[in-house]
Write a protein that binds this ligand. Sequence first.
Ligand code: UDP
Length: 240
Amino acid sequence: MTESKSPFQRILLKISGEGFAREGETGLDTELVKGLAEQLRSLTTDGIQVACVIGGGNILRGKQSGSLGIARATADYMGMLATVINGLALADALESNGVPTRVMSAIDVHKVCEPFIRRRALRHLEKGRVVVLVGGLGSPYFTTDTAAAQRAIELDCDALLKATMVDGVYDKDPHVHKDAVHLPELSFDQVIQRQLRVMDQTAFTLCREHDLPLLVFDMNAEDGLSHAGRGHNIGTIIRN
Ligand code: UDP
């Protein structure tokens, strides 16, 4: 395998469900999925080991349980299954693009993918396969952000790259305040002191306690994913 020119040898990329649908829409947009696969392919050709944790918000989130009239735990399992659908779509696009890929799930769906087994996942990464992690952590009341932080630590990744709809962290919500200031670099303590919202508390605490650098970047920026994976100066980097 080619040696990586990036500061990262192994990354965990969190792609939320929003990355699989057009803005304001639900379901899957295959053109977007192909775009994601192409950017991931370019990272693997640089020798970067890539694991992705996939969200499911484009299909269903557990917190919609009230409006759907479904028990929260059931809706959470439905959300986890949504991540399986997205992950299979991404894996298909990657394989069509010539990228060896394995889908590993935290919930048992053995007809369509492998179960998540740490040592096996590490082996896939070492062999240059993209590992698409679905099913979150396999338990209700968690998010795929938390799954991403947990898996990044468990798989000894150099960084967690969180693809979002904004180009990093601001001092206040840029969608509401025109004068919001972009913050390119922060420590975990600064995020807490300034009460900035980066990701859910459980995920954030895991990154902080395990010294896992967290890069937040815009998934819609041109080649955003490829730049983030190569450690280029985009978005906001948070580290101790
Ligand atoms: N989910 C869960 N446990 C997990 C991960 C996810 O119950 O470990 C459920 C939860 O209902 C969540 C949904 O799956 O809302 C989809 O994941 P998430 O909302 O994190 O997706 P994203 O916002 O990244 O698209």
